[in-house]
Design a protein around this ligand. Sequence first.
Ligand code: HH2
Length: 265
Amino acid sequence: MDRFRVMGVVNVTPDSFSDGGEFLDPAAAIAHGRRLAADGAGILDIGGESTRPGAAPVDAEEEVRRVLPVIEALADTGTQISVDTTKTEVAGRALDAGASIVNDVSAFRFAPELAGLVADAGADCCLMHMLGEPRTMQEDPRYDDVVADVKAFLDERMRFATAAGVREDRIWLDPGIGFGKTLQHNLELLRRLDEIVALGRPVVVGTSRKSFLGKLTGKPEKERLPGTIATNVIALERGARIFRVHDVAEVTEALTVAAATLSRA
Ligand code: HH2
């Protein structure tokens, strides 16, 4: 794998926390995906359900209606397509339409049979840590040791996936920044990200525009790019390989410089 890959976010939703409603129209989402691919995204992560705290659940039929036309249209960009879903039906339709990665923020907890589908399709998957479920995850999250707890969870989920037939070399791991974590939990996970990297699989990080950045800077969602860049550069240095972001051009530029600086070649 390259030193780093940027995963551009395409939210086909009315209510995502930073860009809800901007790309609900399929034509707008497709144009946005093409722009992110041109900006350097090696992966496009297409989602039809917001996971922000308190977001309204979406049924599978509606989620398919949102993401399918966008995946079909973007399948020819030469960029790998990921579907951001926790539902087997949505993932199945997306894989048939040209997606090759399932990004499941529940790490196969919400739909255990999704692991078998990923195995049969020979797809890649991203398994992310979240405390409980989006509706309640930010209500007083607690850990003994956040990094050790997240690491143990990801290790267990990886074993579950491989027992269901997913090849280990198809699995990516994600500490789930902002998913049932306080500001201090998020910062500690980033600071000690090398401990998650030690699990031996590519690590994905998603800090882009998240509220912990706003807590530190006082800035609203659309003005959190400097904090997004700072955290992604730190994560690269700590060994992360895949960076899930909204602002692909700027983050790619920053990571290119950071990777060259870190490179011994
Ligand atoms: N963050 C979000 C959604 N999906 N997937 C992974 N693997 N890692 C993440 O950190 C992650 C994710 C939340 O961001 P966004 O999609 O912009 O917001 P929303 O869930 O409100 O649509």
